[in-house]
Design a protein around this ligand. Structure first.
Ligand code: ARG
Ligand code: ZN
Length: 465
């Protein structure tokens, strides 16, 4: 979680204004290049196709931060496409093939790679192979934070929330389009590569090693992570609530410590979240600690990322909780980010209470005591208009308070049943706030739209619960 969302939000509001203007001035897109329909990042994604698999092949040189990459996107067209686009703000594109045939391509706007195949793509399966070469850029968010391809002292780490994946991954960069990811990343001998999913191969040649990772469970592009550098690699296992052996692969930068406490706590923190949300939703786990200069940890799928010093117990609980709420069950639209952050904060509150900390009710009361003028109350969690507010207090804290208000209304039995049903029902899929309202009403038998409106939509301090 971010160290100081409020400070960053203030710093960057002017940048966000500029961004808003740029979006408004974009020319209307051709039919095949219509964006995905996100209401916050209106120019991200493409509604003309859905991605099944990203096959990422990359050769990376840590000393120069230069890479040669080929991303094979296996997709399904929703309709005939004369042309379409991928979000990409990375280096020079050297070749684009559609179903193996060279296609015309050009860059437009800040981040679009428009592809015009020799023959229109027919409805159904097709592939796009994008080759690029060069040094991928960082991406600065409206709140002033850094994401994208972030350089470290001995390599780089790719962090993509909300939109930074496009700095290296030509993609349908919108959370509603989840896909399988496979990586084959080649680095000089002596370097290690962490990514999402399961480590399925390590092919060594005389001078280099190719690290193969497979993230089979569908994943949003914002959760894609690649960390390259010199790491200590720690392997262990844990057993999930449903009896599976879950490999844990953790990568820690030895110059910043070994994160021994966080690694030791992982199995217990996973087990805690399983009691809350149900069986661990993926096939492997772990963490990455690296010296990227970013002010936040990130719940990158299966293997969350922590900058030095960030892997405290509460933050590990938070990022592990996201594996269920945010990663397995993913927002469709960025205005629903509270469905990730509010839940992860509430998991932190519950964990702390089980370990001698304040009870959620006490946290709620302390926050509720803040004056009506406090930034916590505005904009309401789903009502920000500026992407600089994505990681602000209303989303995190008022979001968690919303869940506590729900719990007070429906009682503990129904509340915890709702949490488990939420994940069981929407595992591997995408959700909107209205899905939670509906589910909560079904489980509790109560009319709850008023409560959710008061807590998530109405500007200003809510009128209790
Ligand atoms: N989702 C992260 C967390 O709370 C925070 C990400 C912040 N990202 C950013 N670009 N500022 O766990
Ligand atoms: Zn979070």
């Amino acid at each position: 979680m971010p160290t100081s969302p409020r400070r960053r939000a203030r710093l960057a509001s002017s940048l966000a204004l500029a961004l808003g203007t740029a979006v408004a001035l974009l020319p209307a897109a051709p039919a095949g290049a219509r964006p995905a329909g996100d209401t916050l990042f209106t120019d991200q994604g493409n509604s003309g196709y859905q991605v099944r698999v990203y096959d990422v092949t990359m050769d990376y040189q840590p000393l120069t931060n230069r890479a040669t990459a080929r991303v094979l996107v296996r997709a399904r067209a929703a309709r005939t496409l004369d042309s379409f686009h991928l979000d990409f703000s990375g280096p020079r594109v050297t070749e684009v093939l559609v179903d193996g045939v060279a296609a015309r391509h050009r860059r437009t706007g800040a981040h679009e790679l428009v592809v015009t195949p020799a023959e229109p793509v027919r409805r159904g399966r097709f592939t796009v192979a994008v080759s690029w070469r060069g040094e991928p850029p960082e991406h600065t968010d409206a709140d002033g934070s850094t994401e994208g391809w972030v350089r470290t002292s001995d390599g780089a780490v790719a962090l993509g929330e909300p939109v930074g994946a496009m700095t290296w991954l030509p993609s349908n960069n919108t959370p509603g389009d989840k896909a399988r990811f496979r990586y084959a990343i080649t680095v000089p001998t002596g370097y290690e590569v962490a990514a999402n999913g399961d480590l399925v191969g390590r092919d060594e040649s005389a001078t280099s090693t190719t690290w193969r990772w497979d993230a089979r469970d569908p994943m949003a592009t914002y959760l894609a992570m690649v960390a390259i550098g010199q790491f200590d690699v720690h392997e262990s296992t844990t057993t999930s609530l449903d009896g599976r052996t879950i490999p844990i692969w953790s990568f820690t930068d030895p110059t910043t410590g070994s994160a021994a406490e966080a690694r030791a706590a992982l199995p217990e923190i996973i087990a805690f979240n399983e009691r809350l949300f149900g069986p661990y939703p993926f096939t492997s786990a772990g963490l990455v600690v690296d010296d990227a200069r970013v002010g936040y940890a990130l719940e990158t799928q299966t293997r969350a990322f922590y900058p030095p010093g960030a892997a405290t117990t509460s933050t590990v609980v938070h990022e592990v909780a996201h594996q269920w709420v945010g990663n397995a069950v993913t927002l469709t639209d960025w205005h629903d980010i509270w469905l990730a952050e509010g839940f992860a904060v509430y998991a932190e509150w519950l964990y702390a209470a089980e370990h001698g900390g304040p009870r959620p009710g006490q946290r709620f009361d302390a926050l509720y005591a803040r004056p009506a003028s406090d930034d916590l109350w505005s904009p309401a969690p789903t009502r920000f208009t500026d992407s600089a507010d994505l990681f602000g207090e209303p989303v995190y804290l008022r979001g968690a308070m919303t869940l506590h208000a729900l719990r007070q209304r429906v009682g503990d039995d129904d509340f915890f049943a709702i949490l488990r049903a939420w994940v069981r029902r929407h595992d591997d899929a995408n959700v909107r706030t209205r899905d939670l309202v509906r589910l909560s009403e079904r489980v509790s038998g109560e009319e709850l739209s008023g409560l959710f409106r008061e807590w998530l939509v109405r500007d200003g301090k809510p009128r209790g619960y």
